[in-house]
Design a protein around this ligand. Structure first.
Ligand code: MG
Length: 507
């Protein structure tokens, strides 16, 4: 299939014409700079994706097109939610001073155990590798007693997955309240961990819904929303390649308009309005229900008034609500020709993957830091891997000697051979213990470089983390920011480099 044959046949929109010189200039500069994007800005591939077969590209807004400044937004969410708990939910005023803002504590991909009040990091096998109750880590014995005796049902109400960066400050706040309760239950009015969690969730939902968070953000957009100069370029490049772009966000339209206009209007010479970029805008979409439920689209006019509901939206429109089925009736192509780009592993990627055949791109902002740290610790990891090989070799020899000693004892032998085997075993065991401690120390140090408490985002011990496994299973491609797409041609073939089985790595 030739590239030109599959690029959508819609004529190039007239608004693109004035942008062509800027785009050509940017692409030429890149071509002369040469080569693949630097590692932290690369797109990584779990499942082959030929962009030439994609006709529509949909985007989420928050943490996808709009990459917030983490510290600024975490501070705002933490403060507003804390205020809400005191003013609206009857919490003692003293928690304002007692609950400490600790943005370095939470990480994406963690699991909250509402019943016990703990925060957990799991491997893909649901092994709880790390756990905190308030500010205190659980010991290995405690983790075993609480989480290893029965299988964990992560689909149950007991567990809550931290899927988006928006949720990090609430994990911080929840853990602080748990900590206060551990020290003195009266400081949180004797509430259970479950009640604390529900109250924090309600507070955060409320500050999103009642406009207080949005008001704070829109009052100082430069503080909350750093601009990525490549964002507009990525979108324009796709549009120029004949892709129609659409936006599906859970944010309301007024907020969407403020953010997109700040990020995109005039971002390239000749780019007037962000609305030119998107052929369809769906606000207040209610994802993940958008992918599951039949719901009408409500047209919104420029003056904010609402028109009569429709089942199928029209190109060029702005709507609220809606559903996947109505959208598919407009697009009229198989799901395989739609790429959806979002940051929420559950709402954007997992649900769309399970409910549609859309292709998926996940935005993982943390990837840039993870890759930089991985490069820094690479020599130590090679050393660790060599130590593990040595440990494995020693282990085999010790196993053999233990069996020799056991068999000799069983048959009542007590000769020279047994003595020699026993002595050799003791020698190897001592050597093994030293190496094991060295490996554990090295593992701890490299892990802490990624994150002092939780370690690498995508790994837990030697396994993929639960989050890492979800990325691998549900995101066709993933990258740190939408702007990185500007570094790829509109017909690029995103190809899996390798997807190894464990035995592929042996030897
Ligand atoms: Mg989002």
């Amino acid at each position: 299939m030739s590239a030109t044959a599959v690029v959508p046949g819609a004529p190039r929109p007239t608004w693109l014409a004035p942008l062509l010189p800027a785009l050509r200039h940017a692409l030429l500069r890149r071509a002369f700079d040469g080569g693949k994007p630097p590692l932290p800005r690369r797109v990584f591939v779990n499942r082959n994706l030929r962009l030439e077969r994609i006709r529509y590209v949909g985007f989420d807004l928050d943490w996808t097109l709009a990459e917030y400044d983490r510290e600024a937004i975490d501070t705002a969410i933490f403060e507003l939610a804390l205020g809400f708990l005191v003013e609206q939910s009857g919490y003692p005023a003293a928690i304002r001073a007692d609950a400490e803002f600790r943005p370095a504590f939470p990480r994406r991909g963690l699991i909250v155990d509402r019943q016990l009040g703990t925060v957990l990091k799991m491997s893909r096998h649901r092994y709880v590798g790390r756990a905190y109750l308030g500010r205190t880590p659980l010991t290995q014995e405690e983790r075993f007693r609480l989480y290893r005796l029965e299988p964990l049902d992560l689909g149950s109400d007991r567990f809550y997955r931290v899927d988006t960066l928006f949720e990090l400050p609430e994990v911080n706040l929840f853990s602080e309240l748990v900590e206060l309760g551990r020290r003195d239950p009266s400081r949180i009015a004797n509430r259970s961990p479950q009640a604390l969690f529900d109250d924090v969730r309600h507070a955060v939902d409320s500050i999103h819904a009642n406009g207080s968070l949005k008001a704070r953000i829109t009052a100082d957009l430069p503080r909350y929303l750093p601009r990525d100069p490549e964002l507009a370029l990525a979108l324009v490049r796709l549009a120029l390649g004949g892709r129609r772009l659409f936006l599906i966000t859970n944010s309301d339209f007024a907020y969407t308009e403020r953010l997109c206009s700040y990020l995109l209007d005039g971002a390239l010479p000749g780019l007037g309005s962000w609305r030119d970029l998107f052929d369809l805008v769906v606000a207040s979409a209610g994802k993940p229900s958008f992918f599951r439920r039949e719901r009408p689209f409500v047209p919104l006019s420029a003056d904010g008034s609402e028109g009569p509901e429709v089942a199928v939206p029209s190109w060029g429109g702005v709507y609220r609500g809606g559903s996947r089925d109505g959208l598919m009736a407009l697009l009229e192509v198989p799901g395989e020709q739609i790429l959806y780009v979002g940051d929420h592993i559950y709402s954007d990627v997992l649900t769309s993957k399970l409910r549609t055949t859309w292709r998926t791109a996940l935005i993982v902002r943390e990837l840039e830091d993870e890759l930089e740290i991985a490069a820094e610790v690479a020599p130590e990891l090679r050393h660790l891997s060599a130590l593990r090989e040595e440990l494995s070799d020693l282990g085999h020899r010790m196993d053999d000697l233990r069996d020799v000693v056991a068999l000799a004892c069983e048959s009542g032998e007590n000769g020279e051979m047994l003595g020699a085997a026993g002595a050799r075993l003791a020698e190897l065991e001592a050597q093994h213990a030293v190496l094991r401690q060295r490996a554990a120390e090295l593992q701890r140090r490299t892990s802490e470089r990624h994150h002092r408490i939780w370690g690498p985002l995508f790994r837990q011990g030697s396994n993929q983390s639960l989050f890492g496994a979800q990325v691998k299973d549900f995101a066709c491609i993933y990258t740190s920011r939408v702007g990185n797409l500007a570094r790829y041609g509109t017909n690029h073939y995103f190809r899996v480099l390798e997807d190894p089985m464990t035995h592929d790595l042996a030897g």
